[in-house]
Design a protein around this ligand. Structure first.
Ligand code: SF4
Length: 465
């Protein structure tokens, strides 16, 4: 059954100007801003103990080290060239893997695994193999062909030979940071990587048997112009990766120290940013990519496109996923677990992370247990972000509500968006229009009971464009 209105998004500059303000990306609902510090490992332990036996798992492993700072970066990362620091981190990570493994002893196979960072390939393949072996000792790693085991790769840190080694460790998906191929832009953000290295790596990954290669780009970087970014888009289309993510750069130097190295005057003005977004959509869809939603494009035969067409697409902390609804165990600095009806986040500062593990405790620092209302809203928001539609009947039976009565205030707010052509409302559903597909966050935000309504609160999130 095709549940999705599979239309290309429609770029409407006026609507994006009006509705493209700061909003959460909804990789979780409620967002991490709602997590409370009145939360520790005991809540995670209780939640894990209540899981049904043999339920499949997803794992996320955070490897936070990088050799040099990219100036646009907003990730939790540690810049260092001291291998001893990165090794000491692994000793604690192994301890955490052991402790978490005990919590999930009765769980099923790990169907989805992601190594993110930082720069996972800061470590060589042999060391990453040791991390994989530690996971294998304490969880049930899947050998099924359909498993999704992915790793973020920085082309500046790996040689093409490493692709076969990474495939040998069990990884079958690769995510490559590119951002922009223009040399002047690369210098302005302190991330210089050659076109040849990137292309060679994509070729080597395919030869090594990686099932999926995805490339990350960013628009809105200093010195980017529409003609320069158009060249980057053309080059990426030549490489024809399975997936492309095009993120908007959010210049928030007051929050992210590295961004203070970027002169504000070099950052494209709002009108130029809009043009960069328009180019991204037009070029990639003209090249044959399908717009999934929220900055993500995939080749027509990709699993994400198939999952969206069959109504099975989900969202998790890494973005869109075919298995986002699995219980997710986050391992490492700042990692977030989504287990049962709760989120638990690890310490974000290295000393606190290490102290907890040295004392034999899980490094959980913040978290949240979802209320029934949170769970319902999470599902509404996920339906909108993944499928561009919420059918009231799908939720009414399961949640024991009459949708239009329960969400009367939200539906009234949506009237304004309907008048502007972002959504269509009927007695049975909310449906996002082609113009609204680029503004999914603005639509989803209508159902977010925690969304800040003041400018200061909203400024904690990035803009749509
Ligand atoms: S963008 Fe990636 S590689 Fe660059 S500093 Fe941030 S985490 Fe490290």
């Amino acid at each position: 059954m095709n549940l999705v209105p599979h239309c290309a998004p429609r770029f409407d500059a006026e609507l994006i100007r009006r509705y493209g303000g700061p909003a959460p990306r909804y990789t979780s609902y409620p967002t991490a801003l709602q997590f409370t510090e009145a939360w520790d490992e005991s809540q995670l332990r209780r939640t894990a103990a209540a899981l049904p036996a043999a339920a499949p798992l997803s794992l996320y492993v955070h490897l936070p080290f990088c050799a040099s700072p990219c100036f646009y970066c907003a990730c939790t990362r540690i810049i260092t060239r001291q291998p001893a620091l990165a090794q000491a981190y692994l000793a604690r990570l192994y301890r955490e893997i052991e402790l978490q493994g005990e919590l999930f002893e009765g769980a099923g196979p790990v169907e989805q695994l992601h190594f993110g960072g930082g720069t996972p390939t800061y470590y060589d393949a042999a060391t990453l193999g040791e991390v994989m072996a530690a996971l294998d000792r304490h969880f049930t790693l899947s050998e099924d062909e359909s498993r999704e085991y992915s790793i973020e790769v920085d082309p500046r840190t790996v040689h093409t030979d490493s692709m076969a080694e990474l495939a040998g460790l069990g990884f079958n998906r690769l995510s490559l940071g590119v951002q922009d191929f223009d040399p002047a832009v690369q210098r302005a953000v302190n991330r210089v990587q050659s076109l040849k290295d990137t292309f060679d790596l994509i070729g080597a990954a395919r030869a090594a048997g990686f099932r999926s290669v995805s490339v990350d780009l960013i628009y809105g970087l200093p010195l980017q112009t529409p003609p320069s970014f158009e060249r980057t888009l053309d080059l990426v289309c030549v490489a024809w990766p399975d997936r492309i993510a095009v993120y908007a750069y959010a210049h928030l130097p007051q929050r992210f120290k590295a961004q203070r190295q970027i002169e504000r005057s070099l950052v494209p003005a709002p009108e130029a940013r809009l043009e960069l977004l328009r180019l991204s959509i037009e070029k990639l869809t003209a090249a044959g990519y399908v717009y999934i939603g929220m900055d993500h494009f995939a080749r027509p035969e990709d699993e994400l496109v198939r999952a969206q067409r069959s109504g099975e697409l989900q969202r998790n902390f890494q973005g869109y996923s075919t298995r986002g609804g699995r219980d997710l165990v986050g391992l490492g600095l700042s990692a977030i677990s989504r287990v049962g009806d709760a989120y638990s986040q690890n310490a974000k500062a290295l000393p606190a992370y290490q102290r907890a593990l040295d004392a034999g405790r899980l490094p959980v620092e913040r978290g949240l247990r979802l209320s029934a209302d949170d769970r319902l809203r999470r599902e509404v928001i996920e339906q909108l972000m993944c499928h561009g539609r919420v059918r009231f009947a799908d939720l009414e039976g399961r949640y024991g509500i009459e949708f239009r009565a329960y969400f009367a205030r939200e539906l009234a707010r949506l009237r304004e968006l309907e008048n502007d052509g972002l959504v269509r409302l009927s007695d049975a559903a909310v449906e996002v229009t082609p113009s609204g597909r680029l503004l999914l966050r603005a639509v989803a935000r209508m159902f977010d009971v925690y969304a800040p309504r003041d400018a200061a609160g909203a400024a904690r999130f990035s803009r749509v464009a």
